[in-house]
Design a protein around this ligand. Structure first.
Ligand code: HEM
Length: 449
């Protein structure tokens, strides 16, 4: 049996220390090559799992032994029983229904819309303008998910929804706070506030759902796929409530993560002009001034490597939690039923056992033939197994296409004097907004049509 390096921390103080600055602990586990870190806080047992084979065992091989962790379960007032939080038969059924919306033929259609919306956004920018890049990316990806999966134009609502997302994330954090978890009253209060932030989305989504119900012939999107299901079975299984949960989950999961990935990409590019230069060269060589087409996603190889490298350093889903349903043998350790297991792409992606110069931004590492020898689960920004991200291919093609349409016209420079650091909410966001000054790329004096 393989030997795994194990450490343990005891006491509520250690637990609170982790809660206060989780990224510090995760970096320390990664840099010291710890495979399993056990934190025992009162009755609560938490295991950090930081080895590719053990991660594979939990997420894939023995996935039947786990349910989602307490963090996501606590967010039920927000997400209801959507794909992200549901379990068992309900999850299997909903996933089967939503899956066709992510098939490759659909992705080709979405790619055209993505390019159109990316072009429209960057057409509104002007030379020398200062933008708040995280906000721009959030509004853009929100519009994209609205148009592609719900045939809805949320342009005018994007700003309000952006604010509602920030508020919802705040409530998510509150729901997860050990202090609030310890008191039934505070739990109820936090749940109520989370439900209130959900109301903002419900208003928008209810309008979209009603229109789909009244004019089914007009739509051929993910929402119509989900809706068609209740006619098919006649079970009334897909209630309006569940439909709303699914729509809300996809809306949130489908734009927040990609927006963060792109924000970190622009930040890293601005700090590495030599990489940015190569990006522009590839775009010019592959596109020669025309707009990208769906098939360019594969041709824009270096662009894809930059996006992947940004996902490595700043994985939006920085932590993935599970709860053991029955007792489980993790390497050489017996994990009691009810324990929480945490796997962190943020830690694993920075582990020097699997990455050379792990803290450096080196997109070229993805082109190195030796990369093929790296264990598969040393890189898992989209999770794995039956709960792997349903939008993985959507997100990658969205990332590459938006990078191409934007970089084709613009260079983004960091406004000096900002303190930029990642903040681990439900996703890994920048702690403060990132301000960037945009400059028209000299290669494209005239905007591409
Ligand atoms: C860079 C962008 C993205 C990242 C890093 C990301 C990451 C993840 C991860 C790690 C999970 C698994 C969570 C777990 O195992 O507990 C997940 C699940 C999910 N993601 Fe994504 N995601 C991204 C984009 C998207 C997009 C674009 C969509 C939809 C349009 C989406 C929809 C979902 C849904 C519905 C689930 C739940 C799947 C299930 O449990 O069956 N995600 N995502």
């Amino acid at each position: 049996m393989a030997e795994y390096r194990t450490e343990s921390l005891r006491g509520i103080k250690e637990f609170l220390r982790f809660r206060k600055s989780p990224l510090t602990l995760l970096r320390s586990i990664a840099s010291r090559g710890v495979d399993i870190l056990q934190i025992a806080a009162g009755k609560r047992q938490i295991f950090f799992v930081n080895h590719p084979s053990l991660i594979r065992d939990v997420l894939v091989t023995h996935d039947w032994n786990f349910i989602k962790g307490p963090g996501l379960r606590a967010s039920k007032p927000l997400f209801g029983s959507g794909l992200l939080t549901s379990e068992g038969e309900l999850h299997r059924r909903q996933r089967r229904l939503a899956q066709p919306a992510f098939h490759s033929a659909r992705l080709v259609e979405y790619a055209r819309e993505i390019v159109e919306m990316g072009t429209a956004t960057s057409r509104d920018w002007s030379d020398g303008q200062e933008i708040v890049v995280d906000r721009e990316m959030m509004q853009l990806t929100l519009q994209i998910v609205g148009r592609t999966l719900f045939t809805a134009d949320v342009l005018h609502e994007a700003r309000d929804i952006g604010t509602a997302v920030t508020r919802a994330l705040h409530h998510f954090r509150q729901l997860n706070s050990p202090l609030i978890q310890a008191s039934q009253f505070l739990r109820l209060w936090a749940g109520l506030r989370a439900r209130q932030s959900r109301l903002r989305f419900e208003g928008l989504l209810s309008r979209i759902i009603t229109d789909h119900r009244e004019h089914p012939d007009r739509y051929n999107d993910m929402l119509s796929l989900l809706m068609a299901s209740d006619d098919e079975t006649g079970t009334g299984y897909m209630s309006d409530e569940l439909l709303l949960d699914e729509a809300l989950t996809i809306f949130l999961a489908g734009h927040e993560t990609t927006a963060n990935a792109l924000t970190w990409t622009w930040y890293l590019l601005a700090r590495h002009p030599e990489v940015e230069q190569k990006l522009h060269e590839e775009i010019e060589q592959v596109l020669q001034g025309r707009r990208p087409a769906p098939e360019d996603v594969l041709k824009l190889r270096y662009t894809g490597e930059i996006f992947r490298e940004a996902l490595r350093l700043y994985p939006p889903a920085w932590i993935i939690g599970r709860e053991a349903v029955t007792g489980y043998r993790l390497g050489t350790i017996e994990v009691p039923a009810g324990s929480t297991l945490l796997m962190s792409p943020y830690a694993m992606h920075r582990d020097p056992r699997f990455w050379n110069s792990p803290e450096s931004f080196v997109p070229e590492r993805w082109d190195d033939p030796l990369a093929a020898n790296r264990p598969k689960f040393a890189f898992f920004p989209f999770g794995a197994g039956t709960r792997v991200c349903i939008g993985e291919h959507f997100a990658v093609s969205e990332g590459v296409l938006l990078m191409a349409v934007i970089a084709q016209q613009w260079r983004l420079h960091l406004v000096p004097g900002q303190e930029i650091a990642p903040e681990p909410h439900i996703t890994l966001r920048p702690r403060h907004s990132i301000h960037m000054r945009i400059e028209r790329h000299p290669g494209t004096k005239t905007p591409v049509s």
